[in-house]
Design a protein around this ligand. Structure first.
Ligand code: FAD
Ligand code: FES
Length: 508
């Protein structure tokens, strides 16, 4: 997704621009060979890196909210004064420059020192925090603890063999072969030791003793904690059909899964994807990029209808068909015998590689064993604390009170997991921050990104603006006239504005 660096655009801001040439909210220019964005916020003018530190999104097309700017692609947020990445998915700060006004012109001077984190000193910081899970939420929490200047000990236990990776990429560019593996780690290997994060890979936590405040690791190790974060994520649902355990039949969750699929895809001519979910269809697109014939088998009549509605579902199906995907909808795979997948309808598909994308289940085993309150997820309060004081949960496992939908919800989205990890970190330090971010996710199919903000499990109307087939649209999912969620294609600014409107609505 990261783009080639284009030559610097716009005026040379070091030479200054006339105030009269800067009438809008933002102006894209450069300082030396770096793209720099001038941003007006009230009476002040700021200068910040023009590209997001997540996937290089163009901030000039983003939304300015007070002293911050939000990225149009996946809604990261940066503080205009300090450059700090205040909301995931961006984790790294952007450079900011000093701005001076002189004789009716604005000059961008030297880069500012990277500021110290904005962290408030915590009132009752615990000595030792243990995080179970090395994914989106666990990583974001560990990172935020250090950004908050937490000086105590952090142990992060992950039963994965790989350090935290950019999981969404596993069904997109990396699987398609267009991103190298070194794009995947969320941080370079040396980061953990440098940051004093004791990351222990291949460490499977088997139980928690909430009275003694210990976690027990397979093999017998016991690790004590003062506060604990559970971020064990979700695991793919396995298909209970004959032949699902063969080596060319894969689920897709971890880097190891993805590597195994890539290995199976080498020399493969035909693939069967079971499930027309986000992951299934993204994987289908990635395999098409490898020139493999792809058959998608799924019981529903329209892909993604349950989440995106019939119109968007039809579009997604047509988009994949345009790229050569062959759908077998209203059908399921009954058995896989070697390279032959037999469908319930009786058809047989040849498959050198099979990907099973039939949904995930939250990994609740540890929470259940520890006696935490469970309701189709680990129940947490507004501060992401579980029913046991001192134990927090975040990410795919957490069911939290969402102020926007006014329901207790659990979602399986990258940005939500990271932001929950960040809020949990602050709360582990005693800051009492309510988790009130509006849920956001994106999905990428070929060159078409779908951005979705809000949460709508049911709706009574979908108001469609623009043209879905023309890939320029905004869909509003409404219940009794109230907008619960918005999905869009290439209407990023409107999607950001919808996010802001939902925030403002629920803070009233
Ligand atoms: C291929 C793929 C593509 C995706 N694409 C998108 C996308 O485009 N947009 C989007 O919004 N979302 C996407 N998602 C979903 C997103 O990745 C998840 O919502 C997110 O990773 C959840 O974060 P988490 O921290 O809760 O769980 P995870 O990231 O799954 O991390 C859980 C961690 O806990 C560890 N663990 C579990 N149990 C134990 C235990 N007992 N002991 C020790 N460690 C344990 C696991 O090894 C893992 O490290 C995608 C997911 C996948 C698999
Ligand atoms: S590119 Fe900016 S949030 Fe992803």
């Amino acid at each position: 997704m990261a783009e080639e660096q284009a030559p610097p655009a716009g005026p040379d801001l070091a030479q200054g621009v006339a105030l009269s040439d800067f009438s809008g909210e933002t102006l894209l220019g450069h300082v030396g060979d770096q793209d720099v964005l001038l941003v007006r916020s009230g009476p002040e003018v700021f200068a910040i890196d023009a590209h997001c530190s997540h996937y290089h999104g163009p901030l000039a097309e983003g939304l300015v909210v007070g002293d911050s700017i939000r990225c149009p692609w996946h809604h990261a947020c940066f503080d205009l004064r300090t450059g700090e990445a205040t909301r995931a998915p961006a984790l790294n700060a952007l450079a900011v420059w000093q701005v001076e006004h002189e004789g009716g012109r604005i000059f961008v001077r030297q880069k500012r020192e990277q500021p110290k984190p904005l962290g408030r000193r915590s009132v009752e910081a615990p000595g030792k925090i243990v995080i179970v899970g090395g994914g989106a939420a666990g990583f974001a929490a560990a990172d935020m603890l250090r950004r908050q200047d937490f000086r105590g000990s952090i142990v992060m236990l992950s039963n994965d063999a790989a350090p935290p990776v950019d999981r969404p990429n596993l069904s997109k560019d990396y699987l398609a072969g267009s991103a190298p593996e070194d794009w995947l780690p969320l941080r370079p290997d040396g980061f953990y030791a440098e940051a004093g994060i004791d990351l222990r890979l291949k460490s499977n936590v088997t139980s928690i003793d909430t009275k003694a405040r210990d976690v027990i690791v397979a093999g017998g190790g016991t690790i004590s904690y003062d506060r604990l974060l559970l971020a064990t994520g979700a695991e793919p649902v396995r298909l209970p059909i004959p032949g699902a355990d063969q080596p060319h039949v894969h689920a897709l969750r971890s880097l190891a899964d993805c590597r195994a699929i890539i290995e199976s895809a080498k020399g493969a001519r035909r693939a069967v994807v079971i499930g027309a979910s986000f992951i299934g269809l993204e994987a289908a697109a990635a395999l098409r990029a490898r020139d493999i014939e792809v058959h998608v088998v799924a019981p529903e009549q329209r892909p993604m209808e349950r989440v995106l509605g019939p119109e968007m579902g039809d579009f997604v199906r047509a988009l994949h068909q345009e790229h050569g995907v062959i759908f077998h909808l209203g059908d399921t795979v009954a058995a896989i015998d070697g390279k032959r997948a037999t469908l319930k309808s009786g058809g047989v598909l040849e498959a050198d590689v099979v990907i099973v994308g039939v949904g995930v289940r939250p990994r609740l085993g540890l929470a259940e064993q520890a006696g935490l309150k469970i309701d189709r997820g680990v129940v947490v309060g507004a501060f992401l604390e579980t029913s046991v004081a001192g134990i927090y949960a975040a990410g795919d496992i957490a069911r939290w009170p969402d102020p926007h939908s006014q329901e207790n919800i659990r979602v399986e989205h990258w940005v939500v997991a990271e932001r929950q990890g960040q809020t949990a970190a602050r709360n582990l330090l005693g800051q009492r921050e309510v988790f009130d971010a509006v849920p956001f996710f994106w999905s990428q199919h070929y060159d078409v990104p779908i951005n979705y903000v809000g949460h709508a499990e049911r709706w009574d109307e979908i108001a469609i603006e623009g043209d879905i087939a023309g890939r320029d649209c905004l869909l509003k999912y409404k219940s009794k006239g109230r907008v619960l969620a918005v999905a869009s294609i290439y209407r990023d600014l409107a999607n950001l504005q919808a996010e802001l409107a939902m925030e403002q609505m629920s803070s009233r």
